[in-house]
Structure formats: structure tokens, C-alpha cells
Design a protein around this ligand. Structure first.
Ligand code: PMP
Length: 369
């Protein structure tokens, strides 16, 4: 969709990147680290300053009992996911995904020789239910690939839903790869609850984080995994032959950001909430049915309930070509039984981008209703 957005000079509300919000201090720290160096291979598991900063960040925010040996720095959460999957999945293993699912999950599971098994969450509430999850778990199930807060549902799962996942993992002795990259992009005063803080989950959870999301710098691709030291060692071995390491200067800047940047989090959340409100009300005024969103910087529009009878993919193609706005069809996040009436929009944008996007969506509605 981003390539199409460029080709058609469309407003790009498809790919998830904010066009505001990064703290200048962290950019200054990165440029200092580039000039001062070192610029040679850093340690494979990450520079000590960043591993310490990540452990301290999680001790401070969630009282997680982690130290530097629990941490492995990766080239973005995408690599962390790849390393965690390669480290835990053996050929023939079944891995449970909750769909809609981030698009790297199923292809990476297959690459590792595993079999992705989907449990569908249903709009508009996207709730995790115990029975459908239990139904797909069998003797070959090895892990659950979990994402919270959830992209593209735009919500944090409740404590009761986390308990459903944890209960299944404990009873069936499963690893949970918990993609928590959106942990700080929580709106409306919510507190984040890491899955590993639930009873019995610390030793079986591989927590994944991303500086790209925390500091609105998606291009930096500095991510990490945090797990029990034995699990971290296995993931670190997979990481060693994927990328080996990540740019040391960006690692130094992220360490600086994690050590000093707690005061940046609340204003960031407030700014995203304002953007969410502006896009939601503008789209609703234009006649769109918008699903509630309270985390990540994504919201979903229900085409059917907005009086648009074509499917999500046809809408997305026509909207970018004819109305000048790129959105993502939600069926892209499902392997099977996809809903065909929803599209995802990124609201992490400046007012003028949001307004241009709303105007283009209104044009699309006129053309396609
Ligand atoms: N997981 C989820 C759920 C995401 O939304 C994203 C980015 N959109 C990633 C992983 C990838 O993160 P990174 O850019 O750090 O690789």
C-alpha cells in the first residue's frame, strides 16, 4: 500500500508510522554516538548500556524481575520474532496465532518448519475466549504467538483474557512469544500488564519490545527480547546467525531514551489520543462507522456498516487509485476465514495529514457507496 500511495500521491494511512512525536533529545544522543563511536561490531546480545537500560526499564515500570542476562537486543521486533520462533519451533510443531495477526508471524513459523494454527478473534470487540483457544491446542502445539496491545484491533486485552492465555500455556506446557511492542502506546489512562507477570508465566514467556514504537522512530529497528536467562540464551543463538548485532549508535541512543525518557511517555499518549479523536470524529462526520481504538495508533473502519458494499481489498485499491488515500484491508492479517468488511487506518499523524485523509476517505465513500 505504501508503494501505491507513492505512485498515486495518496495520503498514506496504510503503513504504521507516525509523522510526529520523536523526542529531539534522543536524536541528539544518536548523532553524538555516531560521531564519538564506537562504530564497529557491538556484542551480539546488545551493548551493556542498553541491556541494563531495558532491564531497569521493566523493573521500574512493571516490577519485572529481570537483569541484563534476560535481554537480547535485536534489529527491530521483527527480528526478535524471527529469532524467538527459530529458537522454539521444531519442524512439525504447531503454533497458535490469534488472528488478525501481525503479518510476519505465519510466514516465519512456516520458515521454521512449524504449522501456524489460527484462532479468529471477532470484531468489533476482538475478545479472547477460552473455548476456541482450547479447541486448537493439541499434542503437537508448542507455543502461542501472542500480541498485546493488539495491532490491528487497537486494544489491550483485559486481565481475564490474559488469564485465558496463561491458563492454556500452563496446562499444556507451552511457550508464549508475547509481542508487546505497543506496551507504551496505551490511551485513555490504561496501565499495561505484561503477560509474564501472571502466575507461572515468567519462565515460559518470551517478551518482545521495540524502541521504534516507544520513541516513534519506526525506522530505527532496535528491538529486543526479554525472557528467563535460559530461554534468552537459546533465542540469542538464533539471533547470532540472523543479524548478529544492531547499529551500536542507535543502541546507545535507545539506552539514553530508556534511562531518561519516562517523562516523554505521558505526553506521547496524550498526543496520540488527540490524533485518534480527530480522526474518529472526522470519519464519523463523513458517515463512516469507526470501531473504538484505545491502544496502538490504528483504528478500523467498518465498510459494510458505513454503507459500502465492496470488500476491503477492492475498497483499498480503489481508495488509493481514485480517492488518494492508502488504507490496509484487514483480510491481510488473516490466513483464512477473514472478515472482508474492515480496513485499518493509522491515526498517528499530524492534523493536516489526518484532515487530508478524512477528505480523501469521504471522496472514496462517495465514489464507492
Ligand atoms: N509486532 C507488531 C504487532 C507490530 O505492529 C510491529 C510494527 N508494526 C512489529 C511487531 C514490528 O516492529 P519493528 O518495527 O520493531 O520490527
Amino acid at each position: 500500500m505504501s508503494a501505491l500511495a507513492i505512485r498515486h500521491s495518496a495520503v498514506n494511512l496504510g503503513q504504521g508510522f507516525p509523522d510526529f512525536g520523536w523526542p529531539d533529545e534522543i536524536l541528539a544522543a544518536a548523532s553524538r554516538a555516531l560521531v564519538d563511536g564506537p562504530n564497529q561490531y557491538p556484542p551480539s546480545r546488545g551493548i551493556p548500556a542498553l541491556r541494563d537500560a531495558i532491564a531497569a526499564h521493566y523493573r521500574r515500570h512493571y516490577a519485572l524481575d529481570v537483569a541484563a542476562e534476560s535481554v537480547c537486543v535485536t534489529s527491530g521486533a521483527t527480528e526478535a520474532l524471527g529469532a524467538a520462533i527459530l529458537a522454539t519451533v521444531q519442524p512439525g510443531d504447531e503454533i497458535v496465532l490469534l488472528a488478525p495477526a501481525y503479518d510476519s508471524y505465519a510466514p516465519m513459523v512456516r520458515r521454521a518448519g512449524g504449522v501456524p494454527v489460527e484462532v479468529a478473534l471477532r470484531p468489533p470487540h476482538w475478545r479472547i475466549e477460552a473455548e476456541p483457544l482450547e479447541r486448537v491446542i493439541g499434542p503437537k502445539t508448542r507455543a502461542i504467538l501472542f500480541n498485546n496491545p493488539h495491532n490491528p484491533a487497537g486494544r489491550q486485552f483485559g486481565r481475564d483474557e490474559l488469564e485465558i492465555v496463561a491458563d492454556a500455556a500452563r496446562r499444556h506446557d507451552l511457550i508464549v512469544i508475547s509481542d508487546e511492542v505497543w506496551e507504551h502506546v496505551l490511551l485513555d489512562g490504561q496501565q499495561f500488564v505484561p503477560l509474564s507477570t501472571l502466575p507461572g508465566m515468567e519462565g515460559r514467556t518470551i517478551k518482545i519490545g521495540s524502541a521504534g514504537k516507544i520513541f516513534s522512530l519506526t525506522g530505527w529497528k532496535v528491538g529486543w527480547i526479554v525472557a528467563a536467562p535460559e530461554l534468552t540464551s537459546v533465542v540469542a543463538r538464533a539471533h547470532q546467525f540472523l543479524t548478529f548485532s544492531t547499529a551500536p549508535n542507535l543502541q546507545a541512543a535507545v539506552a539514553f531514551g530508556l534511562d531518561t525518557g519516562d517523562p516523554w511517555v505521558a505526553p506521547m499518549r496524550a498526543r496520540f489520543a488527540r490524533a485518534r479523536d480527530r480522526m474518529t470524529s472526522g470519519l464519523r462526520e463523513a458517515g463512516f462507522a469507526v470501531l473504538d481504538a484505545a491502544s496502538t495508533y490504528f483504528l478500523c473502519v467498518d465498510l459494510e456498516a458505513s454503507g459500502i458494499a465492496i470488500d476491503d481489498e477492492s475498497f483499498a485499491n480503489a481508495a488509493v487509485e481514485k480517492a488518494g488515500v492508502a488504507v490496509v484491508p484487514l483480510s491481510a492479517f488473516f490466513e483464512r476465514d477473514a472478515p472482508r468488511h474492515l480496513v485499518r487506518l493509522c491515526f498517528g499523524k499530524k492534523d493536516e495529514t489526518i484532515d487530508a485523509g478524512i477528505a480523501a476517505m469521504a471522496r472514496a465513500k462517495e465514489l464507492l457507496s
